[in-house]
Design a protein around this ligand. Structure first.
Ligand code: CUA
Length: 327
């Protein structure tokens, strides 16, 4: 971000920034000429001792100038706007990838194309919330929908802004000039969680995109692995989800610690139990207050089978090798 109020990092954003600057500069020139003329005339022709204020009527040349010039300006702005709008609304020329974007109170869900590189072990395709990953210099079409109320997808540096409207599909294309992480924000007030409805756009170098897809797929596959299916379903059907978040699942509680990578942590129960292994997880879930009397986690009186299944699943919640944001 430079000293300017915008910093376009993609063709979509550049189209609107270009027109912004052209109109801004034109407006400043008009301001200087009109206000300059006004001030000049006010001084030069004002009433003062020995002179009465001068009046002008029917100056054909001047009237012609201030009619024709603004008309030409408005016409040029219209033509220019249509030209830029054509670029910004051109959702179908040269699209390399299409992602379904669903807004709901209060997060975004991104469903990747039905291609082999996004195919999961259960035959479905990669669908991940909050973060959208795309390759650099690639025109990506977003097909927007909403599950509940109107939301609006917007990543300022990349540009383009489009409402996600229930029952009415909308489209927006995006493209980024360089790899990096870009922040976006839902731009339509959609309820109490609106301010938290963020989006993170991660742009990868083209050569690294498939590697990212592999990691994301491995992570998603881990969550639907049939070997730990029972444990996962047990966990998601119990009160656990009210307090804990496991990214990629419906568990989104914020009261207790996030468990997305619990098996990669050094300890659980606020440091009381270490390492994070089958024995400690079992001990903890069986009766949390017995391990740590001050804990907010209640004894859910689960059966040994339920605990066993849940622990088997929790043990798979690990970071990928060399994962950067591993807790
Ligand atoms: Cu969704 Cu504001």
């Amino acid at each position: 971000m430079g000293p300017w109020p915008n910093d376009p990092l993609g063709p979509q954003a550049r189209a609107s920034a270009d027109i912004y600057w052209i109109m801004f500069v034109a407006a400043v020139i008009v301001l200087v000429i009109v206000d300059g003329g006004l001030i000049f005339a006010g001084f030069k022709f004002r009433a003062r001792p020995g002179h009465s204020a001068q009046q002008f009527h029917g100056h054909n040349f001047l009237e012609l100038v201030w009619t024709v010039v603004p008309t030409l300006m408005v016409i040029s702005f219209s033509v220019l706007s249509f030209e830029k709008l054509n670029v910004m609304n051109d959702n179908h020329t040269g699209v390399d990838m299409t992602v379904q974007v669903q807004g709901q109170q209060w997060s975004w869900l991104f469903s990747y194309p039905k291609e082999d590189r996004f195919k999961l072990i259960d035959g479905s395709y990669l669908s991940v919330g909050e973060e959208l990953h795309i390759p650099v210099d690639t025109k990506v079409l977003l097909q927007l929908s909403s599950k509940d109320v109107i939301h609006s997808f917007w990543v300022p540096n990349i540009g383009g802004k489009k409402d996600a409207v229930p029952g009415r599909p909308t489209e927006l294309w995006i493209q980024a000039d360089k790899p990096g992480t870009y922040k976006g924000q839902c731009y339509e007030f959609c309820g109490t969680g609106h301010a938290d409805m963020l989006v993170t756009l991660v742009v990868h170098p083209k050569a690294e995109y498939d590697a990212w897809a592999k990691t994301a797929l491995a992570e998603a596959n881990r969550l639907i692995d049939p070997a730990t299916k029972t444990g996962r379903e047990t966990f998601l059907s119990l009160a656990c989800v009210g307090c804990h978040t496991v990214k990629g699942t419906t568990a989104a509680g914020k009261v207790g610690p996030e468990l997305t990578y619990v098996a990669s942590k050094k300890s659980i129960a606020g440091g009381v139990l270490s390492p994070v292994d089958e024995a400690n997880l079992t001990k903890w879930i069986k009766n949390p207050p017995a391990v740590k009397p001050s804990t907010a986690m209640p004894n859910l009186n689960l059966s040994d089978t339920q605990i066993h299944d849940i622990v088997q699943w929790l043990l798979t919640l690990k970071c990928a090798p060399n994962q950067a944001n591993c807790p």
